[in-house]
Structures are given as structure tokens and as C-alpha cells.
Design a protein around this ligand. Structure first.
Ligand SMILES: NC(=O)c1ccc[n+]([C@@H]2O[C@H](COP(=O)([O-])OP(=O)(O)OC[C@H]3O[C@@H](n4cnc5c(N)ncnc54)[C@H](O)[C@@H]3O)[C@@H](O)[C@H]2O)c1
Length: 304
């Protein structure tokens, strides 16, 4: 499949803006990026605003009328925080499920089915029984956020029995990297733990470890996530399936805090969060030819 024009939803967010950097550098594609700036930051894409290959659309997905010009859609826009999804329930349903389905419904109305690369989450496994966790693991959503991600996956599967959808679900484990922490984001207290710890450390504050810190996370660099999106887009043979995108190892949250600072404090455990995330990435290696290139220790050394 020849790709010329793509859409990134949520382009002003953490992962969307890093995906934009990656695609500008590695491809010659024309990229539209839509973001309503509800939690994103236009500064995240400011270095590309004068690039003729990039158009920033400040709008909400629900206002999109057509997808016909795109060969591929990278759908990242969401409210991606577990704890707020317990409180602002309808807002999360709207942003995480209804907005996603608006895109799919446009495809159905226009009878036009571009590649759809959906940003899903390892949260749908809950606390998994199989470690490391393959894509075949039982789904066990512990939060509304996880459930909404799973609902999108399930709708894609169901609708593909009637329409020629062409989608790939990328189940991200625990992303870190540049721009992961946006101080202006109303939900920033719940953003990626690496970003929060580093931000606090850089501002003279100690990391706050939830629970006893024994919960383990599979941390994956955002560059590696961007590469997975790209490889999913260009792969013609991969259709309507899901991939784990993690590093394939784990670090406990306490170990993470200790890598960043000799001093740290404990705060109460939060419900709805998994005890362990640890990706079996065999499928992505075998079928997407994807493998992680980055190491969290290097990132911490460079940024603390
Ligand atoms: N960061 C993580 O820990 C993590 C883990 C697993 C999966 N994911 C998934 O990756 C994707 C990107 O996450 P992120 O960390 O970059 O989040 P983010 O909050 O930094 O970015 C999301 C962006 O989407 C925008 N947005 C939200 N609703 C919108 C709408 N209706 N129309 C237009 N724009 C809208 C926001 O303004 C924001 O810029 C999400 O789908 C998330 O569920 C993230």
C-alpha cells in the first residue's frame, strides 16, 4: 500500500507529538494532526508548524466530516488516565469510546477504509496471570479507562465482520520519554510515573511512591512506540489484530524512584491499577519486525 497522507489524532499530546517527530524524520508523508488541546499542548508540535508537510487542526474529533484524503489514521486522542476515568465517567466514555467510533462510522458512511492504527493499552489485562503476558491473555479491565480501550478493540472486531476494516491495535505498556509530563494538563497527577518522578526531582521534590512500590512496570520509550506505529502502518500483511508494545522486562516503581533519587516518600496505593505489567513481545518482533531500542536507565541518566 502506498502511503502519502496520514492523520494523527491527539497530535499535541505526549505520544502523538513524538510520533509526529518520527514520521517527519523517517518518511516523506503529508501529515494532518488534529487535537482539541483538552490535555495536549500546542508547544509540543511547534517545531513543525512551519513545515509544509504538516497541518495542525485545532478541533475535536467529533467535528471531523471526512477521512477520504487519508491512507492511514493513527488514532491516539484519548483521556488516558486511569484514576480520573473513575470520576469523570461520561467525559471518558465520550473521548475514549464515542470519538473513536465517530472515526469508524465516518469510514462506514464513506465506504472508505484506510489503515487504522489504534493506541490501546496493557491496562486491558488488569493484573495478568501469565507473565510475561502474551496478547492471548484474558481481558480483565480494572478501570473505566481500560474498559473503554477494550470496547474500541471489540467494536473494531465486531464491525470488521460486516465492513472491510483494516486495523491494528497497539497495546502500549508504560511509556516514558520526552514531553511525557505536561504541568498544565488537568490530569497530570496521573500521567506516566517516569515523567512525574523526573519532574518532581528536577524541581527539588522527592518521588511519591504509591503503595509499597512493589508494583512492577514494563517501561517502553516513546520512540519505540512511534516506530511500532510506523511499522504497523506500512505492513500490508498484518490485518485486524493486536500487538503488545512493551520493553519485555520490568522495574518496580520503588526501584524506579531509587534510580532517580536517594530520597522518596510513600503515598497510599491506588485502586484500579495493575500489580504488574510485563509484555511478551514475541508477536511484534515476529510479525512487525519491531523491537525496542531504548533503555530506561540511559533515559534517567540523561534527564535527572
Ligand atoms: N501514556 C500512557 O501511559 C499510555 C499507556 C497506554 C496507552 N496510551 C494511549 O496512547 C494514546 C496517547 O496517550 P498520551 O499519553 O499521548 O496522552 P496525552 O493526554 O498526552 O495525549 C492525548 C491527546 O489527545 C487530545 N484529545 C483528547 N480528546 C480529543 C478529541 N476528542 N479530539 C481531539 N483531540 C483530543 C488531547 O488534547 C491530548 O493532546 C492514548 O490513546 C492512550 O490511551 C497511553
Amino acid at each position: 500500500m502506498q502511503i502519502n497522507n496520514v492523520l494523527i489524532t491527539g497530535v499535541a499530546g505526549f505520544i502523538g507529538s513524538n510520533l509526529l517527530d518520527y514520521l517527519i524524520e523517517k518518511t516523506n508523508w503529508h501529515i494532518d494532526g488534529i487535537d482539541n488541546l483538552s490535555t495536549g499542548n500546542k508547544n509540543n508540535v511547534s517545531n513543525h508548524l512551519n513545515n509544509s508537510r504538516f497541518v495542525f487542526i485545532e478541533d475535536t474529533i467529533g467535528n471531523m466530516q471526512s477521512l477520504k484524503k487519508y491512507d492511514c489514521i493513527f488514532h491516539l486522542a484519548a483521556l488516558p488516565r486511569i484514576q480520573p476515568s473513575f470520576e469523570f465517567v461520561t467525559e471518558h466514555i465520550t473521548e475514549n469510546l464515542t470519538s473513536s467510533m465517530h472515526l469508524v462510522e465516518l469510514m462506514i458512511k464513506e465506504n472508505y477504509f484506510p489503515k487504522f492504527v489504534f493506541s490501546s493499552s496493557s491496562a486491558i489485562y488488569g493484573t495478568p496471570k501469565i507473565i510475561p503476558t502474551p496478547e492471548t491473555e484474558e481481558i480483565d479491565c480494572l478501570s473505566p479507562y481500560a474498559f473503554q480501550k477494550y470496547e474500541v478493540e471489540k467494536y473494531l472486531e465486531l464491525l470488521s465482520t460486516r465492513y472491510p476494516l483494516n486495523y491494528v491495535n497497539l497495546r502500549y505498556f508504560n511509556p516514558y520519554g520526552p514531553r511525557s509530563f505536561n504541568p498544565a494538563n488537568k490530569f497530570n497527577a496521573y500521567s506516566s510515573v517516569v515523567g512525574i518522578f523526573l519532574y518532581r526531582h528536577q524541581n527539588g521534590e522527592v518521588p511519591l511512591v504509591t503503595g509499597d512500590g512493589s508494583q512492577k512496570r514494563d517501561f517502553i520509550h516513546v520512540y519505540d512506540l512511534a516506530k511500532a506505529n510506523y511499522l504497523a502502518a506500512i505492513n500490508d500483511k498484518i490485518l485486524n489484530t493486536a500487538f503488545n508494545i512493551g520493553n519485555g522486562d520490568t522495574l518496580s516503581v520503588l526501584e524506579l524512584a531509587q534510580k532517580i533519587s536517594p530520597n522518596y516518600e510513600f503515598i497510599p496505593k491506588r485502586e484500579g491499577e495493575s500489580d504488574i505489567t510485563f509484555a511478551d513481545i514475541t508477536k511484534a518482533k515476529d510479525l512487525l519486525n519491531w523491537f525496542p531500542e531504548h533503555n530506561i536507565s540511559d533515559f534517567i541518566k540523561e534527564n535527572s
